[in-house]
Design a binder for this molecule. Sequence first.
Ligand SMILES: CC(C)(COP(=O)(O)OP(=O)(O)OC[C@H]1O[C@@H](n2cnc3c(N)ncnc32)[C@H](O)[C@@H]1OP(=O)(O)O)[C@@H](O)C(=O)NCCC(=O)NCCS
Length: 219
Amino acid sequence: MWFKNLRADIKAAKLNDPAARNSFEIWLTYSGVHALSWHRFAYFLQKIKLKLLARIVSQLTRFFTGIEIHPAAKIEGGVFIDHGSGVVIGETAEVHKGTVIYQGVTLGGTGKERGKRHPTIMENVTLSAGAKVLGGFTVGKGAKIGAGAVVLKEVPPYATVVGVPGRIVRIREPECEDCVHSGIIAVKALNTELDHEKEERAKEAARLAEEERSGKKKE
Ligand SMILES: CC(C)(COP(=O)(O)OP(=O)(O)OC[C@H]1O[C@@H](n2cnc3c(N)ncnc32)[C@H](O)[C@@H]1OP(=O)(O)O)[C@@H](O)C(=O)NCCC(=O)NCCS
């Protein structure tokens, strides 16, 4: 199982990093692959109730890779952590296969919840550099979280979320990276509605200013 997961991690690195040259180099030098392998050992220690030892393994891994994964976090084989530094994955987080995690990503809690307080990341999600996903909700499969976004609520599958707080800017068609889902039409319609409202407000302000000016002229 451990080797199967390692193979899947190396394959994920090859798939997602255009700079990756071969499996041996990835195994030897990729800190994300190292962190996940050690995490699996820490997870095993946690399962057999050697929690202190599990924590020690997790902290040593953090020291060497800059990636902190709580020993109880559930991470499938075939996840790719690129660069790694500053990645934090909390105790009740779950990460499914095909997910890519860039540097500075936090899968954390808001500090207000108990129990399941870290996110579940479904298959093939992209968590861009510096993204913070905070809370015990689900990020749907194929979703993309933009660099620097702070996500505080559920993300539907194939959605792109950017900004602080995170907002949906796009929903792609499943199994079709470039085409758009009816969801994007809904997002566009919503944005058009908001633009229209803004336009109306600006017109109203201009009309009032004009009235004020002509009133002053008469005086
Ligand atoms: C979100 C991201 C994954 C692109 O997803 P996408 O579905 O292709 O989205 P688009 O590029 O079409 O952008 C959609 C909108 O969001 C905006 N946007 C994209 N990324 C953004 C970000 N990080 N923050 C704020 N807005 C962003 C775009 O300007 C665009 O706005 P517009 O529709 O008003 O023009 C990408 O922009 C991103 O953040 N990549 C970072 C990858 C990374 O971390 N690389 C590090 C390697 S070391």
